[in-house]
Design a protein around this ligand. Structure first.
Ligand SMILES: NC(=O)c1ccc[n+]([C@@H]2O[C@H](COP(=O)([O-])OP(=O)(O)OC[C@H]3O[C@@H](n4cnc5c(N)ncnc54)[C@H](OP(=O)(O)O)[C@@H]3O)[C@@H](O)[C@H]2O)c1
Length: 333
């Protein structure tokens, strides 16, 4: 594959590639050999922004929390070059009991965050985390307590930047205002579900729904107009867009989740297919290229279970859409 396809962009003080790579299923659904090869391929294409979480991937048969972090740790130990990589992990959604789900999540108390960070550092075999996310909001804990813990980790040199995931726009603002008031480190990004196709209106998507595995945690986690409005008013604050390919649903309409089977998405599909025919690029590549071209704040976070999928996705960074094509896609989206 052609080297250095991806370019760099700023995320707080970090310099990250314009497409992040999701390691959620590495070491569980995706076998060890393929997982290592996927990481090598992403790196060879100029990628440096690798995403995991402390709970990946406990919900897969035979999987445990920390499997993905440990696989990345092994890869880092073998390959070296830690300082050239941006490793993002998350805290807050790891079940504290065997067999439990998100109802028994560790949450975002001061103690839970400090403990989880040590576990993640050990799993990753590194002495710092580049980007540390609050995985899901925890409204049982005062936001000041959560941020005090993150700030402590930043001051201790164990974390470089902090961010949140699956937060509503008003909670992002509340968190950032709290950081400003106390002089704490502040969230530099939100990781949120975002694609060209949209779920049916009014449906509350949970983290578990987003993962496509289990139902109902009640978190509204699709990028919507409020969040877009927020990032546009706060230059430098980024959206890291997870599940941009809707876990195969962009490539294959038969793989779309049922809450994506709407008349609006059928219209979007027609427009997408027109652009596919005009450019010769694939539907996945068009969606990723559109996302990167439309809003500079958005960084797509893609995954793949096979090398040819990843190669296809990385080549999206070479697809150039005309102003007319972007207009059509924007109007449809
Ligand atoms: N913050 C959160 O709450 C949250 C939630 C979900 C995910 N994430 C993060 O976001 C990352 C990406 O999430 P995701 O896995 O949902 O993203 P995605 O990129 O939408 O889906 C990846 C899946 O799509 C299919 N795929 C990928 N490339 C393809 C191609 N070129 N052709 C056909 N199918 C293709 C593969 O499915 P098959 O393996 O079935 O072929 C692959 O496993 C995760 O690894 C994780 O790091 C975060």
């Amino acid at each position: 594959m052609e080297v250095l396809m991806l370019t760099r962009t700023e995320l707080g003080s970090l310099s990250v590639s314009n497409m992040a790579f999701g390691a959620m299923y590495l070491g569980t659904k995706t076998n060890h050999g393929t997982s290592m090869a996927l990481l090598d391929t992403y790196l060879a294409a100029g990628g440096n922004f690798i995403d995991t979480a402390d709970n990946y991937t406990f919900w897969v048969d035979g999987g445990k929390s920390g499997d993905s972090e440990r696989l990345i740790g092994e890869w880092l130990a073998n390959r070296g070059g830690r300082d050239k990589l941006v490793i993002a992990t998350k805290v807050g959604a790891r079940p504290t009991e065997e067999g439990a789900f998100l109802d028994k999540a560790e949450g975002l108390s001061y103690e839970a965050i400090i403990l989880a960070a040590e576990m993640s550092l050990e799993n990753l075999g590194t002495d710092y985390i580049d980007l540390y996310y609050a995985h899901v909001d925890d409204r049982t804990v005062p936001i000041e307590e959560t941020l005090r813990a993150f700030d402590h980790l930043v001051r201790a040199g164990k974390v470089r930047e902090i961010a949140c995931s699956n937060y509503t726009a008003w909670r992002v603002e509340q968190a950032r205002a709290t950081s400003a008031a106390h002089g704490f480190a502040s969230y530099v990004a939100i990781q949120h579900r975002h694609s060209f196709f949209k779920p049916a209106q009014g449906i509350k998507l949970g983290l578990a729904d987003a993962l496509g595995e289990r139902g109902g945690h009640g978190v509204e986690n699709v990028v919507g107009s409020e969040l877009i409005d927020y990032v546009e008013a706060h230059p430098g604050f980024r959206i890291v867009a997870y599940s941009p390919l809707l876990q195969g649903g962009v490539a294959d309409p038969n793989r779309l989740a049922k809450n994506y089977l709407t008349a609006d998405n059928n219209k979007r599909r027609t427009v997408l297919e027109e652009i596919v025919a005009e450019t010769g690029a694939t539907a996945n590549q068009i969606v990723l290229a559109w996302m990167m071209a439309t809003r500079s704040a958005v960084i797509p976070l893609v995954a793949a279970s096979k090398l040819n999928q990843l190669e296809e996705n990385l080549k999206a960074s070479k697809v150039i859409l005309t102003a007319e094509q972007l207009d059509k896609l924007n109007e449809a989206a």
